[in-house]
Design a protein around this ligand. Structure first.
Ligand SMILES: *Cc1c(COP(=O)(O)O)cnc(C)c1O
Length: 444
């Protein structure tokens, strides 16, 4: 399978798409041809692992990874992905729980898969791959957890001082020697600029084999289609009806995986995107121009995206507004509505939801009349215990901490604090990475 760029004629194999993350022309990779499946293809597949092996195999034909796909998938889907019935009045609704992985958010699936792939493509202790990741919270933790202890790979996590919750800091800083955690005296944007500057710096990029693991990497997107395939097939088997999905959405990586699964022939009904107050997608589908904005800070922080980069893929796959409105719809949810939803869901169902999941619960309760008698699966993207400082005051009781998260919270933290400058990053890399023994020495 070849992958093409959204911006031009670049065509690469999957290995190169995974390693480079972004195309030379600045575009994002998409499969050159999307495979089509029939329901019969999955009759034997009754687990996420078996589903993923069938669904992902076509993308890895001719790849060095094809013979490892069996193991890569087993490593990625180590945790359960249950769907539970929601006892919501006047709706047939279920919840797809994507938060049973090591850092209790759905990003564990994409990060775990990418880590399993990249460590097999590189696996070189002499000159390890150095993954730089700037994070405002969830991404860095998932990437660090996924690459923790993997030979031939180092991870450098940059996070903004004072702007990440205590539990998130733990998830960014509790890993072994191959993860270097750097607290930056600056904002998330400063962290991102530092990563970009490091990639562009000739000295640093000669000394280290830099790579990224951000959410636009196709290696994070593809495995996410698995849980939509698995959940939709199981729903059809058990209820004889196709379910629609309501997906909490920021950068559109998760929702795009759902759309791809449906494009590949899986039995998925309507797809509703739930965003926070960053309402660009909803406004666009409603008739406004596509004008990316600065992001607004909300309670659902992992969805604070003003310019969802995966929209470039969606435009390429499904065209612009008129065509798109037959593919998805979108609902924007304010902080006040998120707060009320968290309290209401707990009062009505005894269920604590995280602020991101609350946007989807809100969308479920505000469906158009024509949508109301369908089956719906609400996607829960993170465990509420990750956001206890928001959730607990609203529901008036503590949220029990899941075992994986409790384990992380019990470990010691290890990180360094640096100024937001390239010199400071460079010094921290030479002190903390221990990888440049055989590389040519630069000017520092
Ligand atoms: C990242 C994240 C989202 C948004 O997912 P996208 O793929 O960026 O749309 C939603 N909820 C949680 C908990 C997240 O960590």
């Amino acid at each position: 399978m070849k992958f093409r760029s959204t911006r031009g004629d670049t065509m690469v194999g999957v290995d190169e798409a995974l390693l480079s993350g972004i195309a030379d022309d600045g575009g994002l990779f998409l499969p050159a041809v999307l495979p089509r499946f029939e329901l019969e293809d999955f009759v034997q597949a009754t687990s996420p692992i078996e589903t993923a092996r069938i669904l992902l195999a076509p993308f890895f034909e001719e790849s060095a990874l094809a013979e490892h796909l069996h193991d890569i998938v087993a490593e990625t889907f180590e945790f359960p992905i249950p769907t539970t019935r929601l006892d919501v009045a006047e709706r047939c609704a279920w919840m797809l729980e994507l938060y049973h992985g090591p850092t209790a958010a759905f990003k564990d699936v994409g990060a775990g898969f990418l880590a399993a792939c990249l460590s097999r493509l590189t696996g070189d202790e002499e000159s390890p791959l150095v993954i730089l990741v700037a994070t405002s919270g969830d991404t860095g933790g998932a990437v660090a957890a996924a690459f923790d202890r993997r030979p031939g790979v180092r991870v450098v996590v940059l996070f903004p001082k004072g702007r990440v919750s205590k539990r998130q800091v733990k998830q960014l800083t509790c890993w072994s020697d191959n993860v270097l955690s750097l607290e930056v005296r600056g904002s998330f944007d400063d962290c991102q600029s530092l990563v970009k500057a490091a990639f562009a710096d000739p000295t640093l990029s000669t000394r280290y084999r830099f790579s990224s693991a951000n959410s636009i990497n196709i290696g994070r997107l593809l495995p996410q289609a698995t849980y939509y395939a698995y959940a939709s097939l199981r729903h059809l088997r058990e209820h004889d009806r196709a379910a629609g999905f309501i997906v909490p959405t920021g950068n559109l990586g998760n929702a795009l995986a759902c759309i791809l699964a449906r494009d590949m022939g899986l039995p998925i009904g309507e797809i509703v995107l739930a965003t926070n107050a960053n309402r660009l997608i909803a406004d666009y589908l409603g008739g406004a121009d596509w004008l990316p904005r600065a992001s607004i800070q909300t309670l659902a922080t992992a969805m604070d995206v003003g310019n969802p980069s995966n929209m470039e893929r969606l435009f390429e796959l499904h065209g612009e507004r008129r065509e798109l409105s037959g593919v998805i719809s979108a609902v924007s949810v304010t902080d006040a509505q998120i707060e009320r939803q968290i309290a209401d869901t707990h009062a009505a169902l005894g269920l604590a939801v995280c602020p991101h999941t609350a946007t989807a619960m809100y969308a479920l309760e505000h469906l158009e009349p024509a949508q109301q008698n369908q089956d719906w699966i609400v996607v829960a993207t993170a465990h509420p215990a990750k956001f206890e400082s928001i959730v607990e005051p609203l529901i008036g009781e503590p949220v029990p901490v899941p075992e994986a998260l409790a384990d992380i919270l019990s470990r010691p933290s290890r990180f360094e604090t640096i100024e937001p400058t390239l010199d400071a990053l460079s010094a921290a890399l030479s002190a903390g990475l221990r990888v440049d023994a055989t590389a040519p020495t630069g000017d520092k």
